[in-house]
Design a protein around this ligand. Structure first.
Ligand code: R2B
Ligand code: URA
Length: 309
């Protein structure tokens, strides 16, 4: 695409800096990151964030706080809860925690929610002059033919037609962006999972949808206009196209990070096998255990990079 033919606006290429692809941004005297409750005039963003090297994002605020506490402890900063404060306390849209070089942020559910967060996060990394940042989405998903609890590292996010692209309407034109993810990072994460060897991890396509119910072929929503056979056929076609799990943010995440030069990965655990059912009825402790799996993998990856294991 024409967007892939990068023009080096501010000498950002090859520098490890984030590529901001918006010529208007430099003309602004102040930038308010409204949904974070942060701004370039009200906060010293370089002082707060210039040492960030790993950004971990996930849907739920509580899960990201738990991850921040976990990584804080894993990196040897102690387990005192009081040491970890929500940097976005001025807003309840997203929450953000920092543990040394690791930033943990919640993004809510769905493409619109994560995309707002990513615009502001990428500008934050730019304003703070962060370099060589790796960003990872840790999340939950529905598997297709996978044993529940399997961790899937996404190679390509695909849409509901199994196409490796993200479509966004900009003004009144449809813009199409690639959703391919960093191959090197995928292999590194896969190796990490083999080293820790605590759960089954595979690499595959992730289908990203605009809805949890009808949009994911569920029969248990408030609306459903297809038969059980239609659902099964669709999921089988997805599976044949290489889709191993379904969630709701990977496509825009992959597309935006790719264009802005951020090394990005998506690591989601499957909570159920969609060929077996639609309702998530696993016990609370099993759910908690599954949700920890992507966190354990990412913690091992970060510690390895920091030379801590
Ligand atoms: C996975 O889980 C959420 C829906 O339950 C959604 O944010 C996603 O991608
Ligand atoms: N998240 C989803 O988006 N789908 C599922 O089936 C489970 C978690």
């Amino acid at each position: 695409s024409s967007e892939a033919a990068v023009t080096d606006i501010n000498g950002q290429l090859g520098s490890g800096l984030v590529h901001i692809r918006n010529p208007h941004l430099d003309l602004m005297s102040e930038d308010i990151l409204y949904h974070f409750g942060l701004g370039t005039k009200t906060h010293d963003l370089p002082a707060m964030f210039s040492d960030v090297k790993f950004v971990c994002v996930g849907g739920s605020a509580n899960r990201m706080k738990a991850f921040a506490l976990f990584i804080h402890k894993e990196l040897g900063y102690g387990s005192d809860q009081n040491n970890i404060a929500d940097i976005c306390a001025g807003t309840d849209r997203y929450c953000m925690f920092k543990a040394g070089p690791v930033l943990a942020i919640s993004h809510g559910m769905g493409i619109p929610s994560i995309s707002i967060m990513l615009h502001e996060l990428i500008k934050l990394l730019h304003h703070a002059n962060c370099r060589d940042v790796v960003i990872i989405r840790i999340g939950t998903s529905g598997g297709i033919g996978m044993r529940p609890g399997t961790v899937i590292i996404t190679d390509t996010a695909v849409d509901a037609f199994f196409r490796p692209q993200f479509e966004l309407t900009v003004l009144d034109k449809v813009v199409i962006r690639s959703t391919e993810l960093d191959k090197e990072l995928i292999q590194e994460l896969l190796l990490c999972s083999q080293e820790i060897s605590q759960f089954n991890t595979i690499v595959g396509h992730t289908m990203c949808t605009y809805d949890f119910y009808e949009g994911q072929g569920r029969l248990d929503g408030a609306l459903c206009s297809f038969s059980s056979q239609d659902k099964f056929d669709y999921l089988m076609r997805a599976c044949s196209a290489g889709v191993r799990n379904i969630e709701m943010e990977s496509s825009v995440f992959a597309a935006m990070c790719r264009l802005c030069g951020l090394k990005a990965a998506v690591v989601c655990v499957t909570l159920l096998d969609r060929l077996q059912g639609d309702q998530i009825n696993i016990p609370h402790d099993v759910l908690a255990d599954y949700q920890l799996r992507p966190q354990i993998l990412i913690a091992a990856f970060i510690k390895k990079h920091l030379g801590l294991n």
